[in-house]
Design a protein. Sequence first.
Length: 489
Amino acid sequence: MDQSKAPVLEALAAYHAAGQTPFTPPGHKQGRGADPRVRAVLGDAVFRSDVLATSGLDDRTSSQGVVEEAQALMAEAVGAEHAFFSTCGSSLSVKSAMLSVAGPHEELVVGRDAHKSVVSGLVLSGIRPVWVDPQWDAERHLAHPPTAEAFERALTEHPEARGALVTTPTPYGTCSDIAAIAEACHRHGVPLIVDEAWGAHLPFHPELPTWAMDAGADVCVTSVHKMGSGLEQSSVFHLQGDLVAPEVLKGREDLLGTTSPSVLVYAALDGWRRQMVEHGKALYGDALALTGRVRDRISRVDGLHVHDRTDFCGPAKAHDLDPLQIIVDISALHVTGYRAADWLRRTHRVNLHVSDHRRLSAQLTHADDETTTGILLTALTDLAAHAPRLRTGRPVDVPSPAGLRLEQAVLPRDAFFGRTEQIPWERAQGRIAAEMLTPYPPGIPAALPGERLTMDVLRYLRTGVEAGMVVPDAVDTGLTSIRVLCDEG
């Protein structure tokens, strides 16, 4: 295929050139009806290119196959057999993938470090999770992806499981041995889904971790808006092999997705694919070189430790590391990452990615340069200098791995839709959670519907909130109370 083409962008240009007059949605009619105050902020070009995908960009029957051609180009560019665009983010894409592999009350082997979107998929589908524990770094209080051996054990112990799902890279940049996990799945005759939301860039440079399709995964979900040049909510899910039928995967996406997809999102996805094919290796080569320099300079600031492969990779740790996720341990400053992130935004107008009880992270991409990273370095240096003023004396009570692990007492779906009550957090020990409790970012639930709550996890969340942790999906975001399943009888 001709990878210099961008079918969606070309069709959009043709739409403009033809002078089409729409009597269809969207109702702003290419911005003519938009409030001038809105246009002043968003720009006229956004409204001008916000057109219908069919009966607009394409004809009523999609006979020109604009989106289909763009998806085929994407699949070829990354070495997949099929690619499907989603304008509802990877949160929808991963649910579509799950539903294409397992159904209500069927088992799916899932890493317990899964994103909340996976848990939402369990709630919606009624799939029964077989949890695989991450590896726990007790020294750094950080979870790394589960091992291939752990997936092999789970599949052996649950021969009826319909497949497996692993999240890699994690928001901390740590990666699973996808090839070994895929081999374990295929020995058992089941597909592997990879939630690679943080890995859309991986196919385009040899020094980045191996991307899921090259490692033998069956379905791979990517968020192009995270590490690529896509607009927010842009996602692509890829398919290869014969363990998941393409029409089944597409049908599940149709079930969950919107009937009004954004042409703006499609066009950005199309353009990003062309950009990466033509320039991705050079762009990410430059980004990796810049990241190396930035890592070195941050590590020279007293009180800041930049995690590298020595810290994160090896036996009982991660298989690989994406260096573009710069993870900075600030525990020597005796300041929580929550408080540090808020101070950096307020004082330096710098927005960082993940902040936890002892770390900050800065995500670099091909879009960064000496100017943006110079701002980051200035801000972090100033943070170290102001650390004594930011100490609160309220540490987060992080449990041991055993203390973090909760019993799955009820199916997530049954707990979420069951009879519930809201009770004070002090009385929630031993009760079954009926909501997700997710420190965000990174968005990995500390407790999920159907798990039996322990005082260790409750204290972790309460002390976390007191120290600045955000738990946005809780009914009571202050966590003074918890939603739990009503006791039977």
